[in-house]
Design a protein around this ligand. Structure first.
Ligand SMILES: [Zn+2]
Ligand SMILES: [Zn+2]
Length: 136
């Protein structure tokens, strides 16, 4: 579970290192991740999925304060551990501003269902936590 602890560097319980701050503080990828061939394959798969997801969802899906409207990042609502990295149900297309907000407001982001604790919510339950419902 080393990746879980490493992700806390960005102060964002559910973001597994994609956040700006995490990148800044962890410029070097963890050797643990690199060592896994399965993970490397997943990350290649993710690169393609990410591109397609942003093409299909060009508008920011978070729409929180300071939103620029243009989705450029993928926020993983329940983190990027294991298969969650490539699970599109876990993707949220966000603009850099909203991603920064989500990252710096973990409690509020959870309240808006922009982030989900994978420790509390099972994969099956996640569908009931759709972001759309929170915005209504
Ligand atoms: Zn936005
Ligand atoms: Zn994030």
């Amino acid at each position: 579970m080393a990746t879980v602890l490493a992700s806390r560097n960005c102060n964002h319980a559910t973001c597994q290192g994609e956040c700006r701050r995490a990148k800044k503080e962890m410029p070097v990828r963890t050797p643990i991740r690199r060592a896994s061939k399965k993970r490397a394959k997943q990350e290649r798969q993710y690169t393609g999925l990410r591109k397609r997801f942003l093409q299909a969802n060009p508008d920011c899906q978070a729409n929180v304060c300071g939103c620029s409207g243009k989705a450029e990042h993928i926020h993983h609502m329940a983190g990027r551990i294991g298969d969650d990295l490539t699970d599109v149900d876990n993707f949220l297309a966000v603009c850099p501003e909203c991603h920064h907000w989500i990252e710096t407001h973990p409690v509020e982001a959870k309240a808006l269902c922009l982030s989900i604790s994978r420790l509390q919510v099972t994969k099956k339950d996640r569908t009931t936590y759709a972001p759309e419902e929170a915005v209504v």
